[in-house]
Design a protein around this ligand. Structure first.
Ligand SMILES: Nc1ncnc2c1ncn2[C@@H]1O[C@H](COP(=O)(O)OP(=O)(O)OP(=O)(O)O)[C@@H](O)[C@H]1O
Ligand SMILES: [Mg+2]
Length: 234
């Protein structure tokens, strides 16, 4: 799948008009397989005051790699392509889903499945977890999308999901985070894999967040000295 997303023919199909950046529905054709994908060209990124220009697509890819490293399968397969119809950008598998079903109207059973989602957002320091960016597909799998505003060195967690704040992190999840922190030492294969995509201080900051989560052993409380919700929230 990753090979296909990386090397297949990429053709534009349409454009998502709601987002703040230029985001396209596209198709990847590779060896008789066709994959619907979301293509976010770097050139279409809206400049921001707090994130370096032209880095959002790379952050999308790092989010996928961290989801894989944790073994949590939360982020759809995502690659960074140097060549595409509108230049370099991220290419992510498109997930078929019911767009009217999101965090604000999730059933109780789905809310109970959000613990890894919350920990993931803490780890990646997600500054923009909107309700509609948690998708449930037809097999009932939970997927997370839109990770352009992650991995800042300063604490920027902004999310609509503050469930479980102050509760203990279940031990198996805590152990996964501990293993991730150990695998993220500078010079490790994971750190080397992330090096072309993030600054060294951003990788170090993520490792620090992982260690902090393991040491406190609790889901974070919303800080009171800054805004903790994204806008718009859906
Ligand atoms: N992998 C995916 N599968 C299905 N739909 C997706 C996927 N990625 C993005 N989308 C759709 O494309 C829209 C725009 O993508 P995204 O939210 O990532 O871009 P954005 O420019 O950061 O937007 P926003 O300003 O809403 O944060 C999403 O709201 C969603 O409807
Ligand atoms: Mg966004």
């Amino acid at each position: 799948m990753l090979d296909a997303l990386q090397k297949g023919d990429l053709s534009l199909q349409g454009q998502f008009l709601q987002g703040s950046n230029y985001t396209f529905l596209a198709q990847v054709d590779c060896e008789d397989h066709k994959y619907p994908v979301v293509y976010k060209p770097t050139r279409g990124e809206q400049p921001l005051w707090d994130f370096p220009t032209g880095t959002l697509a790379k952050r999308e890819v790092v989010a996928f790699k961290i989801s894989e490293a944790l073994g949590w399968d939360l982020v759809p397969p995502t690659v960074y392509r140097r060549v595409g119809p509108l230049g370099p950008g991220s290419v992510q598998l498109y997930i078929e889903h019911d767009a009217t079903y999101h965090y604000f109207n999730f059933e109780a059973a789905d809310k109970l499945r959000l613990r890894p989602v919350i920990l993931f957002d803490c780890l990646v320091n997600n500054a923009d977890r909107k309700a509609s960016h948690v998708l449930v597909d037809s097999s009932d799998h939970i997927w997370l999308i839109d990770h352009g505003l992650c991995f800042h060195t300063e604490d920027k967690l902004r999310t609509v999901i503050w469930d479980y704040a102050g509760d203990p992190i279940p031990e198996p999840l805590r152990e996964d985070v501990r293993l991730l922190s150990a695998r993220m030492r500078l010079g490790s294969s994971l750190a080397l894999d992330l090096a072309p995509l993030l600054k060294e201080e951003e990788i170090l900051a993520m490792r620090k967040r992982a260690i902090h989560l393991v040491e406190t052993g609790c889901f974070p409380m919303p800080p009171t000295d800054r805004r903790v919700y994204p806008w718009p929230p859906v």
